[in-house]
Design a protein around this ligand. Structure first.
Ligand code: B3K
Ligand code: ZN
Length: 850
């Protein structure tokens, strides 16, 4: 059993804090193992909860002294913090505590990374810095003084004074403690400026260690584009004189939106053509935008409590997806977002970890920064926008910013804004926030006397703690095509509100082919019997790019499922349809690259499981390989032409257009390598002047088991670059041959560069293992045991990253009795580990279904 308490927190128990904080002063005397934090905090009673006991959060702090109104006091230590007797009315709390950043390997609170001090406070890390009401509904202005010999000393807000060995910062905007940040280090900056549309001059900086200075330009450009976009699209301007970004090597996630001082995992901000792939550039652009957009959706308006997390995260993901769609290709962005949603959120929503977009209880809030809160949270906003229309959405957002600026608020307030701005009743829509699970949308079609009747029915399967589900409001975007391929009814949004409903379209000359759930208008699984001919027809003619792609994907999935369950040969009709798409020059290369992608192993396993079959990861892997080989053979000449035609002659540029050409070329190379013995990949590897092409070639060589020489060369070239070496580790883990996976991974963990305490490196190897479905599910169980061993080792060092990686086991119930037994045993072994963290214990318990 866990050492930490497993207390469950409930949404229903929310009560406001007893006091308001009117001002915070903090002084940091930095020292690696004995940093002193001196606090002075002004409290006034909160009339909304005047009678509650006074409590301050505090964990892993050594209290030196504490005073109330200047008089020394002795607080009483309780779980998660302290209580102390207080006077009636306003008072000032002062305290000095000691903390040890250097030994803080959990990377939460104040810690050290490559010689620099940095912080991560969301969700509940501030309590590891000093005693404080560490809850998002307590908002206050912060004044910070940092004392250290390090040359660069940063905190939130504007810098107000500095001298030798110290600096002072003041953040005028009231904020919750989770947005506090401090950085001290030997850093250099990539500077720039931005003038807001009302004329505020903003100093911009990206702070890095000296060798990384050449990797900042793209991030800076993305930041300026984000600032412009938020002004133009949402009317939101930046509100301080300075905006700093800092790159940190040891970080548990992508980045953090601290007010005026965003802290980034170096992988989410640093990029150069030689060291970063197109996918890296795209991710960096999205994360920079996401953190910047939080300044309004998250910081100026924050969450009342952590159950409301989707209020800031769902909305900010929705905004960063809009931004990326505007900056790049909207269709490609949508397809990629849906791929990510299905890959992570559907997996979560259809397993033991399923939870509502707004959960109602948690043990460790860090375990709820999930695909459901983030990505499904964003889909819910997309549906809302579709239902109220673009103008209604714009009015509602204006009202949201006007009404709630400076507040910590709730989903109820968010929906009320939409009701007030549009006059629409959202009480049924609200179920999207409380009901977990992916709805199934069954489609029934009938055509008679020129009338097409579409009958839609919805059903959401039971999820943990929610056996019965209510009907949701589902916007279903539908268009109709005539048999000659013309669109006879352009996109119309049908609103499904009942368990079953019929919609009619009259006056049609012939039976149409319907394109249903265009643009993926709702996060549901469509169940529709559609012939291969109709799918191929939609792939050829649909005007909606998402559904055009979706038709091809469904075709591929049907073909693969038949190959897996009936051992059939690859379908010739599918190969022809694919060939037509591949060589259709009127289509965006990026779209064609996506159309050439096959459904992933996990997607196929889940689909088989839902159809009542037991997926065998090895059979799935073999079928995919057979189909890939068949595509290579049948499309060979077309792919060969594409490979040559898509080559770019000129310097690398990370823009969407060039990235699309490279993506299509890489898709072709992936197939061609299966039949040319790696000749093209070897040549490409040697000629590559950018990481996209270098890594692309390397992955093809690994795929066919001929990468030894290139792997050695790659390592020699990139030994000194942590981010590139993460790719070297990740690729080998992810592409290790099924029967050799555990051995290969073990060898990687014995490598002198396997710095397992660094989350990026740990994730590269263990995340690669988890993604390598056939290797992870090796029938011997060796990979399961290997992962569990490493999680047991990492847990006392870094509970957050451990808890996140346990999700590799979340699908255990899908598999055969032997695999289930082995996965369960490893989960139980984890659960029985003495001193297991609260984070990991909660995840293991939920996965096992305790
Ligand atoms: N808000 C942070 C995530 C914090 C995670 C804490 N475990 C990054 C983001 O969503 O922008
Ligand atoms: Zn966020």
């Amino acid at each position: 059993m866990s050492q930490d308490s497993q207390t469950t927190v409930f949404l229903a128990d929310y009560a406001p804090f007893t006091h308001r904080v009117t001002q915070v002063h903090l002084t940091f005397r930095l020292a690696p193992q004995a940093t002193r934090v001196i606090s002075k905090i002004d409290f006034v009673p909160n009339p909304e909860n005047a009678d509650g006991p006074f409590f301050l959060h505090g964990e892993t702090l050594k209290l030196i002294w504490a005073k109330i109104d200047g008089k020394e006091v002795s607080p009483h230590t309780v779980e998660h913090g302290i209580t102390v007797a207080i006077p009636d009315g306003p008072f000032t709390w002062e305290a000095e505590v000691e903390i040890s950043p250097e030994t803080n390997t959990a990377l939460e609170g104040l810690y050290m990374s490559s010689g620099m001090y940095c912080t991560q406070c969301e969700a509940e890390g501030f309590r590891k810095i000093t005693y404080y009401p560490d809850r998002p509904d307590v908002m206050a202005p912060f004044d910070i003084r940092i004392e250290s010999d390090l040359p660069v000393l940063l905190s939130n807000g504007n810098k107000t004074a500095e001298g030798a060995g110290w600096a002072e910062w003041s953040d005028p905007w009231p904020k919750p403690a989770y947005l506090f940040a401090l950085v001290a280090g030997d850093l250099v900056n990539h500077p720039d400026r931005f003038t807001t549309r009302s004329g505020r001059e903003v100093e911009l900086n990206i702070w890095v260690r000296a060798p990384d200075l050449k990797k900042c330009a793209f991030g800076m450009d993305a930041l300026k584009r984000s600032m412009t976009w938020d002004e133009e699209v949402y009317g939101r301007e930046y509100d301080l004189d300075i905006f700093n970004i800092v790159a940190v090597d040891d970080f548990n996630m992508g980045a953090m939106e601290n007010k005026g001082l965003n802290i980034f995992n170096s992988s989410a901000v640093l990029a150069s053509p030689e060291t970063a792939t197109d996918a890296n550039f795209e991710r960096i652009e999205g994360i920079i935008a996401h953190e910047y957009f939080h300044n309004w959706t998250g910081n100026r308006i924050t969450c009342r409590d952590w159950f409301q997390l989707c209020l800031k995260e769902g909305l900010t993901v929705f905004r960063d997806q809009q931004f990326s769609g505007d900056e790049r290709s909207r269709a490609v962005q949508r397809i990629n977002d849906v791929l990510a949603l299905r890959g992570r959120q559907f997996r979560e929503d259809n397993g033991p970890l399923a939870h509502p977009v707004r959960p109602e209880s948690f043990v460790e809030i860090n375990n709820f920064y999930t695909a459901t809160v983030y990505e499904k949270g964003a889909e819910v906003i997309g549906m809302l926008k579709r239902l109220v229309g673009d103008e209604g959405y714009a009015r509602a957002l204006d009202l949201y910013f006007e009404r709630h600026d400076g507040e910590a608020t709730t989903i109820e307030a968010w929906l009320k804004v939409f009701e007030d701005a549009t006059g629409r009743d959202l009480s049924q829509f609200k179920r999207w926030y409380s009901q977990a699970g992916t709805p199934r949308l069954a489609v029934d079609e009938c055509f008679e006397d020129g009338t097409y009747t579409l009958t839609l029915s919805q059903q959401t399967p039971p999820t943990p703690g929610q056996p019965d589900k209510q009907p949701l409001v589902i916007p279903v975007a539908v268009g109709l095509l005539s048999p000659n391929g013309d669109e006879v009814v352009p996109t119309r949004v049908l609103e499904l509100t009942e368990a079953e409903q019929s919609f009619t379209f009259e006056g049609l000359a012939a039976k149409p082919v319907a394109s249903i759930l265009r643009d993926f208008s709702a996060p549901v699984i469509v169940e529709r019997d559609l012939s291969a001919q109709d799918r191929a027809f939609l792939l050829a003619h649909d005007t909606d790019p998402f559904n055009k792609w979706e038709a091809g994907r469904a075709l591929a999935k049907d073909v693969l499922l038949r190959m897996i369950t009936e051992d059939t040969a690859p379908d010739a009709g599918f190969l022809d349809a694919l060939k037509d798409v591949a060589r259709d020059d009127s289509l965006d290369p990026a779209f064609r690259a996506l159309a050439l992608g096959l459904p992933g192993q996990d997607d196929l396993a889940q689909t088989l499981f839902e159809a009542g079959r037991t997926p065998d990861p090895l059979v799935i892997h073999a079928a995919r390989q057979r189909l890939r080989k068949a595509i290579a053979e049948s499309l060979g000449p077309v792919l060969d032409v594409l490979y040559d035609e898509m080559a770019i002659h000129g310097p690398y540029q990370p823009n969407a257009e060039d990235a699309g050409l490279r993506a299509l070329r890489q898709a072709a190379l992936g197939f061609l390598s299966l039949v040319d013995d790696g000749a093209r990949a070897t040549a490409q590897y040697q000629a590559a002047d950018n990481m996209t092409e270098q890594l692309g070639a390397l992955s093809c060589l690994l795929d066919i088991g001929q990468a030894e020489a290139s792997l050695a060369a790659f390592r020699k070239q990139w030994q000194g670059d942590r981010l590139v070496m993460d790719k070297w580790f990740g690729l080998q883990a992810g592409l290790a041959a099924p029967e050799k996976t555990a051995t290969s991974i073990r060898r990687l963990t014995e490598d002198s560069d396997f710095d397992w305490k660094n989350p990026n490196r740990f994730r590269a190897v263990m995340g690669g293992l988890a993604m390598n479905a056939a290797g992870f599910h090796d029938p011997s169980g060796a990979s399961y045991a290997l992962l569990a061993d490493w999680l047991i080792r990492l847990d006392p060092v870094n509970p957050q990253t451990t808890a996140r990686m346990v999700t590799a086991f979340e699908t255990w119930r899908r598999y055969d009795a032997d695999r289930q037994g082995m996965m369960r045993e490893n989960l139980q072994r984890l659960a029985a580990t003495p001193g297991l963290s609260r984070d990991t214990a909660e995840m293991v318990g939920r996965i096992l279904g305790d």
